[in-house]
Write a new protein. Structure first.
Length: 328
């Protein structure tokens, strides 16, 4: 029997969101801060409760949902054949210097959600965001592109020759952990020093500046010289990370989302492009960066896009039904 309703979870280092959708499009959305305390089951159990709540908000019986798409921060590991999360922005047990209030080294995501749902698709949140942008957004059917989030962490979804890259455990695209500087003491939650996420992610830049990243970048935008220096340096590292992907994968288009880019991409973009365009024109000529057409809902819609029935896609492309939730 064809699905009448589908549900989605977007699990990030800062917040979690749930959506429920029908053939007519997404019906409701709820978000709340990602839980980071309790047992290692606490986070996926929060997700199950959030789906119950969003179904109630939409007037949909929770029992009518059998299909779930999950877009989640990674990396992933396999535990007894099921996907578990090993995210440094969620698991405090991965680094002795972690600021997180737990000792988790993994989170049994798939095991817990399959206790409730018969059909489950789980992908890295950047991979699912790329699915969304290639299905409904800025790069429909573009064969050589990447989605990049610059937010609490930094991550990538990669497409080469029209094929999404996933890898042995679904971790292709974790270029936030490529090592950029052996001499920098910037610490990432994964334990690396000097990787891209340590040098440029919102969480880590904020920790080093001793203020929330949102405040740091806003101060930089408004002309605070010290904040501007920190923000511009982060943008340089971010741009170099994109250049490395161009050199490796011959990427044509980067679609960029995440809270840092969503609020500050308009003035950071020239700094990022300079890092790409100033190097090896044979590789970088014609490379473009675009904002995520689906905005802050890109991962949510991506989670739905992973499980959406094919005959719903033309209707959603035409009506863009998620836009009614964009301000919700």
């Amino acid at each position: 029997m064809d699905a009448e309703y589908i549900a989605a979870l977007d699990i990030g280092g800062t917040k979690m969101a749930a959506m429920v959708a029908s053939r007519d499009g997404p019906l409701a959305r709820i978000s709340q801060p990602s839980i980071k305390s309790g047992t290692s089951r606490a986070l996926p159990e929060q997700g199950l409760e959030l789906i119950e709540a969003v179904c109630a908000k939409a007037g949909v019986p929770a029992s009518a949902i059998n299909t779930l798409g999950v877009a989640s921060a990674g990396p992933f590991v396999r535990e007894e054949g099921a996907i578990a999360l090993c995210s440094p922005n969620l698991c405090g047990g991965l680094s002795s210097d972690s600021d997180l209030p737990n000792d988790w080294t993994s989170i049994p995501l798939e095991k817990v959600v399959r206790e409730r749902y018969a059909t489950v698709a789980i992908d890295n949140d950047c991979v699912s965001a790329l699915v969304a942008e290639r299905t409904f957004g800025a790069v429909i059917d573009e064969p050589d592109c990447a989605y990049v989030t610059w937010s609490t962490g930094i991550g990538f979804g990669l497409c080469v020759d029209g094929r999404l890259l996933r890898g042995k455990n679904g971790n292709a695209g974790h270029a936030g952990h490529i090592l950029m500087s052996e001499t920098d003491d910037a610490l990432c939650g994964c334990g690396n020093r000097g990787d891209l996420e340590a040098l440029a992610s919102g969480r880590n830049v904020g920790i080093r500046a001793n203020m929330p990243a949102s405040e740091l970048f806003e101060r930089a935008r408004n002309g605070d010289a010290q904040a501007r220096e920190v923000a511009e340096r982060a943008a340089q590292w971010f741009g170099r990370g994109l250049y490395n992907l161009v050199a490796t994968l011959d990427t044509r288009v980067f679609v960029i989302g995440g809270s840092v880019w969503l609020h500050h991409g308009n003035w950071l973009a020239p700094l990022v492009m300079r890092e790409i365009e100033s190097r090896f024109p044979a590789l970088t000529s014609g490379v473009r960066i675009l904002p995520a057409a689906l905005g802050r809902l890109v991962a949510d819609v991506g989670a739905l896009a992973m499980v959406v029935p094919k005959d719903w896609i033309p209707l959603w492309r035409q009506g863009k039904p998620w836009e009614k939730l964009a301000k919700g």
